[in-house]
Design a protein around this ligand. Structure first.
Ligand code: ADE
Length: 249
């Protein structure tokens, strides 16, 4: 059975699309699902587009139509933990929908399934953490042009595991960032897809992991930093960590 691989935007998926040995392309709901061999593994690679609905549709199709039995999400995020910098990598051990609220006293809880924090698969998460470390230690400096690393001040990025928060908002506001930091347990970063993919995977009982490289710090400079980072570095981190992870699976 194949591994599903999702990225949200063209800049994140570009090098994976270049490297996959495509056996079949299928367009469903405007998304191009590429079935093929990637670094020796059978995969279905797809760009979800941005946001929770987009990734929920994509994840459901990967499971229902293509029968994948594991899913990896790779892409960028905004750092919320103040100790994280652009270029650091976060692996989600769990994820939460920060814009989900039906009851002020019980923030983020999703009624009827009664879950606030979706757990990632422990083994995939451990393997993803090792994979990102190995990419950074052994390959990153030969893979990403030095002028790009210098531009983003990237030397030896850290890899951490923790909570990722997702919502249908690009966060570029220090106050919202501080709110997330105070409300979400062990939060590391914020993005727009992970926890929605996690909910679909939870409901179908499909193991998954989420790998995010910090493109910005979800602050006043976030939009500029994000634009520059996706142009110059996101695709390398996404490819490098996914390549390394697939070799362990
Ligand atoms: N993805 C990358 N940076 C982000 C941010 N600041 N907010 C939401 N999603 C992001």
């Amino acid at each position: 059975m194949a591994v599903g691989i999702i990225c949200a935007i063209p800049e994140e998926i570009a090098l994976l699309e270049q490297d996959i040995r495509s056996e079949q392309d299928t367009v469903i709901a405007g998304r191009r699902f590429i079935q093929g061999i990637l670094y020796g593994k059978e995969v279905v690679l797809v760009m979800s587009r941005i946001g929770k609905v987009a990734v929920a549709v994509t994840t459901t199709l990967l499971i229902e139509h293509f029968g994948v039995n594991q899913i990896i999400f790779g892409g960028t995020a905004g750092a919320v933990d103040p100790s994280l910098k652009v270029g650091d990598v976060v692996i989600a051990d769990r994820s939460v929908q920060h814009d989900f609220s039906v009851d002020e006293t019980d923030t983020f809880r999703i009624p009827l399934i009664d879950i606030s924090y979706f757990q990632s698969d422990p083994l995939l998460t451990l393997q993803a953490d090792q994979a990102a470390r190995e990419y950074i230690q052994n390959e990153m400096h030969g893979d990403i042009p030095q002028e790009h690393l210098t531009k983003f001040g990237i030397q030896e990025p850290r890899v951490v595991t923790g909570t990722i928060a997702s919502g249908d908002q690009f966060i570029c506001d220090p106050q919202k960032n501080a709110w997330l930091y105070s409300k979400v347990d062990n939060i590391k970063c914020v993005e727009m897809e992970g926890a929605a993919m996690a909910q679909v995977c939870y409901e179908y009982q499909i193991p998954f992991t989420i790998i995010r490289v910090m493109s910005d710090c979800a602050d006043n400079e976030a939009s500029f930093s994000f634009d520059e980072f996706v142009k110059g570095a996101a695709q390398y981190f996404t490819r490098g960590s996914i390549r390394s992870l697939l070799s362990k699976m």
